[in-house]
Design a protein around this ligand. Structure first.
Ligand code: TLP
Length: 346
């Protein structure tokens, strides 16, 4: 069987999730009558310490609704330059929210208030005002780095003083919580809305949650319907989501330990460059320029050896650990990398 390190999105539902799916109590969620969805929304709000939650099919839809509830057409959204909302969501900010991004490069993937502050624009005759600040935690393309709570809180305090809301793309907020040694609720305390994914490291087959105030979620529910996300008997999915939410965060540390194993193994292979400080969670991004291979060539040769991985940016490759990859399989993947690299050198 292939070792799949392309993403934690590839995780398949556990037997317990499959049983819960089979037995789920359902109703029509567009009428808010699906008891399983209602329970999931209530638990997500409680766990993240917010008033209300909305079950959405994907992280992309959660971010789209999060951004749209806070902004008006013609505003700017401040985010880190490699943010998922800017680079991997088909310009949804422009398409749905009518906003443009104001990207700021934070080399370590942690966007801080002192970098944001000069980029904040108040209404004026020539420029688009800042409508929202977005923080991605963990930051996927920066190597899964976690933004510490004090950094999040400072951004929120300063933004709120200026009347600007803050949205967190917390697709992997539970990974961030493990890395920071705190709860997701602590990280989210001052943030206005958070999107987090049930379908990544938490293992649900599909689904994300948006959490925030009751008012924001009521408005968001209408955007969800407008985007085609009114899923009717979605309790089938929410049943798996509840297990993902309640049980799976506790095991994420294993994925982080496996990512560490991969990172340290990769650092010892000639031609590979990796910033070990960036490997704090389940994502390992490394440069392969020194091996003489391009990222697509490297990915293709790994695939021939039974390991699926992905090209992140030019010359860079991404490995993501998750509960469908064991420690032994990570060792095997490292051996495959050694072989691929040594064959080029000959
Ligand atoms: N990330 C996927 C790809 O789209 C890159 C992955 O394999 O990592 N926010 C963040 C930070 C994400 O990493 C992702 C998915 C999303 C949002 C979107 O979630 P989905 O795929 O459910 O729309």
């Amino acid at each position: 069987m292939m070792i799949d390190l392309r993403s934690d999105t590839v995780t398949r539902p556990t037997p317990e999730m499959r049983a819960a799916i089979a037995n789920a109590e359902v109703g029509d969620d567009v009428y808010q009558e699906d008891p399983t969805v209602n329970r999931l929304e209530q638990r997500a709000a409680e766990i993240l310490g917010k008033e209300a939650a909305l079950f959405v099919p994907t992280g992309t839809m959660g971010n789209t609704i999060g951004i749209t509830v806070h902004t008006q057409h013609g505003q700017e959204v401040i985010c880190e330059s490699r943010a998922h909302i800017l680079n991997w969501e088909l310009a949804m900010m422009a398409w749905f929210a009518g906003c443009v991004a104001r990207p700021i490069h934070a080399p370590d993937g942690v966007l801080r208030w002192d970098q944001i502050q000069p980029e904040v624009r108040m209404p004026g005759p020539h420029w688009a005002p800042t409508g929202l600040i977005e923080i991605e935690n963990t930051h996927n393309m920066a190597g899964g780095v976690a933004t510490p709570i004090d950094v999040v809180n400072e951004i929120c305090d300063q933004a709120h003083e200026r009347g600007i809301p803050v949205h967190m793309d917390g697709a992997r907020i539970f990974n961030a919580a493990v890395a920071l040694g705190c709860t997701a609720r602590d990280i989210a305390a001052k943030v206005d809305t958070v999107q987090f994914c049930l379908s990544k490291g938490l293992g649900a087959p599909a689904g994300s949650m948006l959490v925030g105030t009751r008012e924001a979620m009521d408005k968001g529910r209408l955007y969800r319907k407008r985007l085609g996300g009114g899923m009717r008997q979605a309790g089938i999915l929410a049943a798996a989501g509840l297990i993902a939410l309640e049980k799976m965060p506790a095991r994420l540390g294993e994925d982080h330990a496996n990512a560490r194993l991969l990172a340290e193994g990769l650092a010892a292979i000639p031609g590979i460059t990796i910033d070990l400080n960036s490997v704090q969670t389940n994502i390992v991004i490394f440069e392969i320029g020194g091996t003489g291979l391009t990222a697509p060539e490297f990915v293709a040769r790994m695939k021939e050896r039974g390991v699926n991985c992905g090209a992140a940016y030019t010359g860079r490759v991404r490995f993501v650990t998750h509960f469908d990859v064991t420690r032994e399989q990570c060792q095997t993947a490292l051996e495959a990398v050694e072989e691929v690299v040594s064959l080029v050198k000959q």
